[in-house]
Design a protein around this ligand. Structure first.
Ligand code: PLP
Length: 377
């Protein structure tokens, strides 16, 4: 058997991620590899940290990209900040809250779960009640932008409540950053992780993270070593942090070209401006919502808690949702997402993330959906 160069089809990516990538980011990927300790590369990494601080709206020194996808950013937060026996409250209103519970359990936490219905934001009163019932809670964790449902939770309020009860906060902002306001310093978020392939519109496989002084104090006061070698912040920082004049040392070989790509995508974000990017997501979401209503499609999430970048709509009765998605992919080169967990088979998830979030894509998606729905069995 002989093989040929792999040429992927050109898709419009309107699912839960990855999103489409600006040609400037693709061009950055194809530049020459250089050594990961080359002074030219180190200079690029320093710029990357500055631009990541902008994306997170933080001055945190400890801000960098984990060399692995968003799930590894989640794991980095839990493995460094949770010690065996710590009480951890996880708010679950979708798939990714469930994964946080898995993380907390695996690192030996006493996990308390605050449940909310899929499609609803995390209920602040329930968190308050759980903290009153569990005054020894060390960490509160929740997802700002639940990609499995399209619901946005109020990070500012939830963080305030956790801090009032003396707990640290871990926030999943994988889908949030770049698409909807995330203000790490203003809201006092202690530890946060994102992903490269959602609203930052970069290649998959990198997870920007940021930790404030309170989180670092918790890390430094651990009685047990961080149980992961690869994700131990104490070790990773010997590579990412040379700010103090210290010498950078080898930890792992950084994904050199992917980091060029992230640098370029953050440059694009900086050129557009965060506020303008948030406004673009709101505007295109409104246009999409109007069109979906005309097609008779209802949102899963109540108005007021909808994420502009992830639109979950109910599949009309009698429609074979998988067959319709397959037609969109095969006939229109258009990817939209399926439902997960209890929403499997019941919803479509239409992403408007980063570079994908443009008027022409909204119109294309509505036209394609309209066409296949009219001819759907
Ligand atoms: C996509 C996503 C993740 C996981 O990111 P990967 O890059 O797929 O590992 C985590 N949390 C949320 C909310 C996500 O949308």
């Amino acid at each position: 058997m002989t093989f040929a160069t792999f040429n992927p089809p050109e898709r419009t990516l309107m699912g839960p991620g990855p999103s489409n990538i600006n040609p400037r980011v693709l061009a950055a990927l194809s530049r020459p590899v250089i050594g990961h300790l080359d002074p030219a590369f180190v200079g690029m990494m320093e710029e990357l940290k500055v631009m990541l601080r902008y994306a997170f709206q933080t001055e945190n020194a400890l801000t960098f990209a984990v060399s692995a996808p968003g799930s590894a950013g989640m794991e980095t937060c839990f493995v460094n900040l949770v010690e065996p026996g710590d009480k951890v409250i996880v708010c679950r209103n979708g798939v990714f809250g469930g994964r946080m519970i898995e993380n907390a359990n695996r690192y030996g936490a006493q996990t308390v779960i605050v449940e909310d219905e899929w499609g609803k934001p995390v209920d602040a009163q329930k968190l308050e009640d759980a903290l009153k019932a569990n005054p020894d809670t060390k960490v509160v964790a929740f997802v700002q932008a639940e990609t499995s449902t399209g619901a946005e939770s109020d990070t500012k309020t939830l963080t305030e409540i956790a801090h009032r009860h003396g707990a640290l906060v871990i926030v999943d902002a994988v889908t949030a950053v770049g698409g909807t306001p995330v203000k790490v310093d203003e809201w006092g978020i202690d530890a946060i992780y994102s992903g490269s392939q959602k609203c930052l519109s970069c290649v998959p496989g990198l997870s920007p993270v940021s930790f404030n002084e309170r989180a670092i104090a918790k890390l430094k006061s651990r009685k047990t070593p961080v149980p992961s070698w690869f994700l131990d912040l104490n070790l990773v920082l010997s590579y990412w942090n040379s700010d103090g004049g210290g010498k950078r040392t080898y930890h792992h070989t950084a994904p050199v070209n992917s980091l060029y790509a992230l640098h370029e995508s953050l440059l694009l974000l900086q050129e557009e401006g965060l506020e303008a990017a948030w406004a673009r997501h709101r505007t295109q979401h409104a246009k999409l919502a109007e069109g979906l209503a005309k097609l008779g499609l209802d949102f899963v999430v109540p108005e007021g808690s909808r994420l502009p970048q992830l639109n979950a709509v109910k599949v009309p009765a009698g429609v074979d949702e998988a067959a319709l998605r397959a037609r969109l992919l095969n006939e229109y080169n258009l990817e939209i997402g399926a439902g997960l967990g209890p929403l499997a088979g019941k919803v479509w998830r239409i992403g408007l993330m980063g570079y994908t979030c443009r008027s022409e894509n909204v119109l294309f998606c509505l036209a394609a959906l309209g066409a296949v729905l009219n001819t759907a069995p």
